[in-house]
Design a protein around this ligand. Structure first.
Ligand SMILES: [Zn+2]
Length: 172
């Protein structure tokens, strides 16, 4: 029991450290523009318990326009993530390019986060972790495959599919 509690505490600490990696201390900032850079690595996808993304490396550039009423955060993400290839099931690197605007508004009441507007109580920590993770997920293409000829030939030989294109057409 005690050991279990200890593990829980350790996990909580690790999660806190990971969460702080994508946080902005906006209370200490003056009005106007401020820029921040974050690095996304395998730890984020493990922490978010992603089913489809096995890992990756992305750089995040956030440009924050700070005012008393709200925060506008322009987020640009570029890099790549590792997913399973739809064709050969081997690991496959998919490039990620994302650009979006997140608005942070202040309220002591609970509001739903819809992906574009995030509500926090003034003074509360602003973490971009969820936004960054979701932005990477929605940037994934519908079809995730190696470039033509890049599939694992051994894996491909196991699938006795004569013509891969026929399958695509019937699926769509
Ligand atoms: Zn492949």
């Amino acid at each position: 029991m005690a050991a279990k509690e200890a593990i829980k505490e350790t996990t909580k600490e690790a999660t806190k450290v990971a969460a702080n990696r994508f946080s902005i201390d906006y209370m200490s900032l003056s009005s106007g523009l401020h820029t921040f850079d974050f690095e996304v690595d395998d730890a984020l996808f493990a922490e978010m318990e992603s089913n489809e993304i096995k890992g990756g490396k992305c750089s995040v550039h956030a440009c924050l326009n700070c005012s008393d009423a709200k925060l506008d955060v322009n987020v640009v993400i570029s890099g790549s993530v590792v997913v399973e290839c739809d064709r050969c099931l081997d690991d496959c690197n998919i490039p990620i390019e994302f650009s979006g605007l997140l608005t942070v508004r202040f309220s002591d009441l609970q509001h739903d986060y819809d992906g574009d507007v995030m509500w926090i109580a003034k003074g509360d920590q602003l973490s971009l972790k969820q936004y960054i993770y979701e932005s990477i997920v929605i940037s994934l293409p519908y079809r995730r495959v190696h470039e033509e000829g890049g599939c694992n030939p051994e894996m491909m030989a196991r699938f006795s599919v004569a013509d891969d294109d026929d399958i695509v057409e019937t699926e769509e």
